[in-house]
Design a protein around this ligand. Structure first.
Ligand code: HEC
Length: 112
């Protein structure tokens, strides 16, 4: 009986996790940006779930980020209210974020 109860609770837990689904969430950049693989990195809290901008500016315009070298530099060093991530992220990881941001915004920009 207890086991059945636990299974039901576990199912609710899984359904709960499913709800905040990340678009193209299997890509490494999505998982870094949303703090799944790196709990100390949570870009989405300032830049919005797909980089559309929130308290911080949008990261993608017309499906493109700023120049990738400048993007990487800004994330590593930080700028004004943007914190630096040099101690937690590598250049490769930041480039995977760029890759995901451009893919996910290409997908939602057009009309199918
Ligand atoms: C605490 C809030 C916060 C977090 C977390 C944050 N940012 Fe930012 N970000 C900002 C702000 C504010 C700016 C604007 C900086 C300025 O005034 O120049 C910014 C600017 C940027 C820029 C430059 C945009 C441009 O057009 O020049 C990039 C790129 C960027 N952030 C990427 C990221 C990424 C990637 C992450 C996660 C690794 C991240 N940010 C996490 C607040 C944040």
């Amino acid at each position: 009986m207890k086991r059945v109860l636990f299974s039901i609770l576990f199912l609710f837990f899984l359904v709960g996790c499913e709800k905040k689904e990340i678009p193209l969430g299997n890509l490494p950049g999505a998982q870094i940006y949303h703090g799944i693989t790196r709990s100390d990195v949570r870009c989405f809290r300032c830049h919005g779930p797909i980089g559309e901008g929130a308290s911080a500016p949008a990261l993608v315009k017309e499906g493109k980020t700023i120049d990738s070298a400048l993007f990487v530099k800004t994330v590593l060093d930080g700028r004004n209210r943007m914190p630096p991530f040099a101690s937690v992220l590598s250049e490769v990881e930041i480039k995977s974020i760029i890759d995901w941001l451009e893919k996910v915004n290409q997908k939602t920009d057009g009309n199918g």
